[in-house]
Write a protein that binds this ligand. Sequence first.
Ligand code: GLN
Length: 549
Amino acid sequence: MAKYIFVTGGVTSSLGKGIIAASLAKLLQARGLKVTIQKFDPYINIDPGTMNPYEHGECYVTEDGAETDLDLGHYERFLNIFTSQANNVTTGRIYQTVINKEREGAYLGKTVQVVPHITDEIKRRMLQLGKGSEFDIVITEIGGTVGDIESLPFVEAVRQLQWELPEEDTLVIHLTLIPYLKAAKELKTKPTQHSVKMLSQEGVHPDILVCRTEKELTPELRRKIALFCNVKLEAVIEAADAQTIYEVPLLMMREKLDIISMKKLKIENTKEPELSKWKEFLDKLKYPKYRVTIGLIGKYLELQDAYKSILESFIHAGAMNECQVQIVNIHSEFITDVNVTEKLSGLDGLLVAPGFGHRGVEGKIVAVKYARENGLPFFGICLGMQMAVIEFARNVLGLKNAHSTEMDPHTTEPVIDLMEEQNAVTIKGGTMRLGSYPCTIKENSLAETIYGTRSINERHRHRWEFNNKYLEQFENAGMVASGKNPGTDLVEIIELPKHPFFIGVQYHPELKSTVESPQPIFVHFIKAARAYAEKKAETKSPLLQSEMN
Ligand code: GLN
């Protein structure tokens, strides 16, 4: 039987519960324990798949094709393990299960209520991953902030589990904020006291308080927090602002979060955390030797969370290349033939991001053209690849009306078209081509050099596809389909062998990049961008040169 750690949040949202949960998980994993993390979200949507990125940030897709909260991306990046549908549960999903059971008559005529039926279903799912022997520890992050109406059933479920399970099998960590009042020149503990009080009123008392703070917590302040919140002094953990999220496991180790957690859970005899690979990565990240500038062409740029996995993949790939990756956000809606050179000439690489719908696509196509014609390293993901296909069709094959039927349903040259099985789909949620699919790579292609193998699996989230009716025409003109699904022949990768680095992928490679296993396309893209920057500077000191650029 696994042990269960619950992470709640107080005072405000956006305190970084996901990062704290992932950091603790990392430390416990580094001690040899088998750990997983799950996220319980209090909203009514079944999953975030139907939400606008502005609303929710990126929708993270797991191997098994679940559309999930972006925190699952952090869990995978930190732990280097796969998560699944079971790792993300929403209020909507809980209610859907309970209501379906009610329709089946499973409640035998009883009145169906929040307590016990909804809370029972929450508890069942909280315990699910801990059944069997796969994990020693299951960490459950409860989304939202304590005191929210919608998170009440989740807190109640935690209360009941604490009562039902042996004392040493559960642990509650409350993440809170200790704000600094500039005028008073003081850190203030009152919001934390209130938040703990509120949680206690709901029947759950935290064992550990992780306190987000801009300033150091003095011993007196720690005592005060411990006394008024009724936790052990050693259980007041300082979580200072970090330079990078990847430093947080080490900060938490310094604060002994892992040791205090293990004490309550009565876990003994683990080894010291083995974090040498992690530290090596951090060193490279913090002290880069080179720098490249990558243009991220997208349309949800106001919200950085919309491209979370891409940005993190660049961090992993940058460290691997001992290279600082400076991202320049370029709004695709504002790129035109007239300003494209001005906007893109300072770059060492161009990434055209995934996306949906019509807005901003013409700017993306103009940007691809610039990269193709100027030998600028190019990487297109999903919609980004589709734009590269359309650009090639229009400007190289001369198919002026080439388009995707997503944007122009009546185009006479549908080089990107809806997949057969998508034609009949009317329900939006969970109906795209989702999750991991195999891809076979062409011999002697750029993709083969990148992956070092000819058989890969990557994750998908899309409806439209390269239209194979045009493939011969494309290949004759120099755009090669270097990766295909072995069963269906769907094109997964396109490249231009004559270009220094031009690759587009129908899948989402960014979803599988982790600290310990950076995604190879990103690694090679940064390498190509470095080469491009060096050539541009024609000097042995690229860092200095790119500073002058
Ligand atoms: N809108 C495109 C499709 O559905 C691309 C999706 C994406 O970029 N994730 O095929």
